[in-house]
Ligand binder design. Structure first.
Ligand SMILES: CC(C)(COP(=O)(O)OP(=O)(O)OC[C@H]1O[C@@H](n2cnc3c(N)ncnc32)[C@H](O)[C@@H]1OP(=O)(O)O)[C@@H](O)C(=O)NCCC(=O)NCCS
Length: 223
């Protein structure tokens, strides 16, 4: 089931709270298409280069960028563009991948393909993906699979803006949103957007992954 198409949206993000050098930025959002896969896989791989979970799965700096680029290309092609929605900005500075209710499970073919990206840590990846699937909420929800912003544009409101169409849709349909946060700063950002930690997941010495659920806002638009 695809999310119904939405016209591109302009989001003005006041990043005055983010980093000292950031000005208010005008972020033009649009749904990504298959022609964006290469660029967005690169942006996501760069965004996740310092991520604790990706460092644990692909510890060798020399391989991480290329392998995580392949990981994200698989996720974009086989999951989010096939059955969900990918929001990006007109200048492709980031992406938010989401799946609609009932489509959150990673298809077996994608699990296998993504597993090969972890090289000799294939077993770690398998254990983590299995635990993520086991711990995943069973309530109908929208699943924010991955969110990443190219490093030089982080802290200027892009991440929040990229999640906004999915969160608005959740509020409109009265459904929760779900994601896994891989670091404390990310969890803090998600908490500001209304997510709450439901559980912390760790497998075989992995860094913690915080499972987070956001109830729908019954009065979207009110402040
Ligand atoms: C997490 C991420 C998508 C947020 O996007 P963003 O455009 O930086 O976020 P926003 O500007 O809307 O919000 C900034 C907030 O995000 C959080 N944040 C997390 N990582 C950050 C980073 N590397 N730089 C700046 N802010 C970061 C902070 O809480 C920050 O709040 P603050 O302004 O009070 O310090 C982005 O930082 C990113 O791509 N990080 C690396 C990949 C990643 O961790 N993805 C999420 C996995 S769960």
């Amino acid at each position: 089931m695809n999310e119904t198409p939405v016209e591109s949206q302009a989001v003005t993000a006041d990043a005055g709270q983010a980093v000292a050098s950031a000005d208010a930025v005008d972020i033009q959002l649009r749904p990504a298409t298959a022609t964006d896969v290469r660029s967005l896989a690169t942006v996501l791989a760069e965004a996740f280069f310092e991520d604790p979970i990706f460092n644990w799965l692909i510890p060798d700096d020399a391989f991480r960028l290329a392998r995580s680029r392949r990981f994200f290309a698989i996720g974009l092609r086989h999951m989010a563009l096939a059955r969900g929605r990918v929001w990006t900005s007109n200048d492709l500075l980031g992406a938010a991948l989401s799946m609609p209710p009932g489509a959150w499970r990673v298809p077996p073919r994608a699990v296998l393909l993504q597993g090969t990206c972890f090289g000799r840590h294939f077993a770690r990846g398998g254990r983590l993906l299995a635990a993520m699937e086991y711990g995943h909420t069973r309530r109908p929800h929208y699943y924010l699979v991955d969110i990443g912003v190219t490093p030089h544009a982080q802290g200027r409101g892009f991440g929040s803006a990229l999640m906004r169409p999915t969160l608005d849709r959740c509020d409109h349909e009265g459904l929760p949103a779900y994601l896994e946060a891989s670091s404390e700063p990310n969890a803090a950002l998600y908490e500001r957007l209304g997510f709450r930690i439901t559980r912390e997941l760790r497998v075989a010495g992995s860094p913690p992954l915080r499972l987070m659920l956001r109830p729908p806002d019954p009065s979207p638009g009110d402040s």
